[in-house]
Design a protein. Structure first.
Length: 380
């Protein structure tokens, strides 16, 4: 179809709930692209630039799309500070894992109950000054050097995408306060903490907020990209009651989003697991400044009913459909998304979380092409 907007215009129209020529398409794609171009890594395993080149080639092989979730080969951290605990990633090829299998996260109890007291007394960043060296065995200077190398590659790759007029929608990353503690304590231990020491956990969660905001403002200023990816998962009703969500989790999210949007930062809420019951709460955060990105478990059609006039929706072609479905089945589901969720604007076509490493190429391309080929249903 003839296009009347460029990718930047189309994406911002979707976020602001304004009319567009068609829904933009922004897949979350990395491990799939690496697998598709694995030959680039031969002899260059220690050189992260092969990953950048693989992502660029995959973009072109798929015919292009309207936005990059990030640049480089990692999320941008402009200093040693990170808004997530350091756990153990188990990569393809390690510990008997097939090269064709995705990276796994080994959840270990690396944060202690005593760490809550330090966070309450000193805040997140001061806590991390002793926490990161403790759990990684590296000095802050070594962590800074590693982050700086990745950040320099990020900035160089961002120039490339700007030259192609492809917007980037994450100039910073944070993992939600509760998910950060849950990953550090482990899900079972954190859940028990909520019941055994609720006041202490609540105080720690509240103490994290100012530094999380400061880190996002610092990173987005450094990258020049006024977008933050807020990774959400373990606060949903799939795990905890709405009563727990109301007391412990939503107040922090609301304060972070309100403060960042007031500073001109767009918030990309990446909502893995089932958030259907939590969706009404999102009407209490700023309108037309955020993306609600679901992963195919949340009912995106219900989300359209609840949030369609308040927040841009992004999703949610299921990973199972991309890996096991046929091209025709992918096309049919994408057409349904365009017809029902895309109607009236405020929608971004996307994979349900990340495109799986074993997705079929023709299925991923069918998702990318769907918004380009299927007539967009404009509301009257």
């Amino acid at each position: 179809m003839r296009e009347a907007m460029n990718s930047e215009e189309r994406l911002m129209a979707a976020v602001h709930l304004k009319p567009y020529d068609r829904p933009p398409v922004v897949p979350i794609i990395s491990q799939f692209a690496m697998k598709q171009n694995r030959e680039m890594s031969k002899g260059r395993e220690a050189d992260p630039w092969w990953i950048v080149e693989a992502l660029r080639k995959n973009f072109d092989d798929l015919g292009g799309y309207d936005g990059k979730i990030t640049a480089g080969y990692n999320w941008p951290f402009s200093s040693w500070r990170q808004n997530s605990p350091l756990g153990k990633s188990v990569n393809p090829g390690e510990r008997g894992i097939s090269q064709d299998f995705s990276t796994q996260y080994e959840e270990l109890e690396i944060m202690t109950v005593q760490d809550y007291d330090t966070i309450i007394a000193k805040g997140w960043n001061k806590f991390c000054e002793q926490y990161f060296p403790r759990v990684s065995g590296l000095s802050l200077e070594q962590i800074e050097q590693s982050n700086r190398q990745a950040f320099d590659i990020w900035m160089e790759d961002a120039k490339y995408w700007r030259s192609r007029k492809i917007p980037i929608i994450a100039g910073a990353l944070i993992v939600s306060c509760e998910m950060t503690l849950s990953l550090g304590r482990t899900f079972p231990q954190f859940t028990m903490d909520l019941h055994r020491m609720p006041d202490k956990v609540q105080a720690a969660l509240e103490a994290m907020v100012p530094d999380f905001i400061e880190n996002v403002l610092r990173d987005t200023q450094a990258t020049g990209v006024p977008w933050v990816h807020i990774s959400l998962e373990r606060g949903s009703a799939a795990y905890y009651s709405l009563k727990t969500f109301e007391r412990f989790f939503f107040p922090q999210l609301k304060k972070i989003v309100e403060t960042l949007t007031a500073n001109g930062i767009y918030c990309w809420l990446h909502m893995d697991t089932n958030w259907t019951k939590n969706l009404p709460y999102l009407r209490d955060i700023p309108k037309g400044k955020c993306i609600c990105n679901t992963d195919s478990i949340t009912d995106i059609f219900k989300a359209k009913e609840i949030l369609g006039d308040h927040m841009c929706l992004m999703g949610d072609v299921p990973p199972s459909l991309q890996s096991l479905g046929t091209k025709a089945e992918v096309e049919a589901y994408c057409e349904k998304l365009i017809r029902l969720v895309g109607k009236g604007g405020g929608y971004i076509m996307c994979s349900g979380c990340e495109v799986p490493i074993d997705a079929r190429f023709e299925n991923v391309k069918a998702m990318i092409d769907s918004v380009k080929n299927y007539p967009y249903p404009r509301s009257k």
